[in-house]
Design a protein. Structure first.
Length: 275
């Protein structure tokens, strides 16, 4: 016979080796199940090879296959997924960045291509090809100093890099020409210090007319060098003498347009197509 104070306890309420009210037994059972499940979670994550809250590693094969096929429509989305994945191997990210940068370059999205090539070089600064490729993009954008720096970096890594050598040489020549043009910018083909005629003084006073005069004379000199026969040379000289004489005589008179006359002469020398 149970004591009166335990008489209200259900005979089926003995569980886990102790007698207690049934409602407590049920609560205890739920706690045990919850503890078992929480303990199993780390093992389940370990078994699948993935950490909770972390992106799984992306397979690089689709991106690399699209790059090998030059499939620009698939390169950007597939390689972007690989690039943005923190678990991607460094070598795979470099290949994906190069592939996507090449696509941007073909699409003439030069800023995006430069950004991708820059990311590649931050991962591996020993890639001469990428320095040269980025230098070519800087050159297309008109940023010669950055282009020269990248070509120089490529040559420092590989002094025999053929493309970088050619690019560095041609850009140096281009800069030399630009410097020469700046030196004569706004100056005519003759010495303004000795100018006496009104038309010559007008040309010296106008940078636009001075540049046009220099262009006319430069084209005339080139045409003389390219003349095939003595007769062609004589004809060119006669035409130039006639143009200069008419210019000197007509300047300042009503209806005479000096700039129009100079442009007409330049077109006459160069031909309709400008050559």
């Amino acid at each position: 016979m149970l004591p009166p104070e335990l008489a209200a306890v259900d005979n089926a309420s003995c569980c886990y080796g102790a007698c207690m009210p049934m409602v407590w037994c049920r609560i205890l059972g739920k706690i045990v199940v919850a503890l078992a499940l929480s303990a199993a979670l780390p093992f389940a994550a370990w078994a699948t090879g993935a950490e909770p809250g972390k992106d799984p590693q992306v397979d690089p094969a689709p991106c690399l296959a699209a790059a090998a096929a030059n499939d620009d429509a698939r390169i950007v989305p597939l390689c972007t997924t690989l690039i943005d994945n923190e678990k991607a191997a460094k070598a795979d990210r470099i290949k994906a960045l190069i592939a996507r940068g090449g696509t941007f370059e073909r699409k003439e999205m030069y800023d995006s291509a430069i950004a991708d090539y820059g990311a590649v070089l931050r991962l591996d600064s020993t890639l001469a090809d990428i320095f040269n490729a980025r230098g070519e993009l800087w050159r297309r954008k008109g940023d010669r100093p950055k282009a020269v720096a990248d070509f120089g970096a490529a040559l420092k890594l590989n002094p025999d890099h053929p493309a970088a050598k050619a690019n560095h040489r041609s850009l140096a020549q281009e800069l030399e020409r630009v410097g020469a043009l700046k030196a004569v910018e706004g100056k005519p083909s003759f010495n303004c210090a000795t100018a006496r005629r009104p038309v010559e003084k007008a040309i010296c006073a106008s940078p636009e007319l001075a540049n046009l005069d220099r262009d006319v004379y430069g084209s005339y000199a080139r045409a003389l060098q390219e003349a095939q026969t003595p007769r062609q040379t004589r004809d060119l000289r006669r035409e130039q003498d006639v143009f200069i004489a008419r210019r000197n005589a007509q300047f300042g008179k009503a209806g005479y347009d000096l700039q129009k006359a100079m442009r007409a002469r330049l077109q006459r020398i160069n031909g309709v197509d400008g050559y």
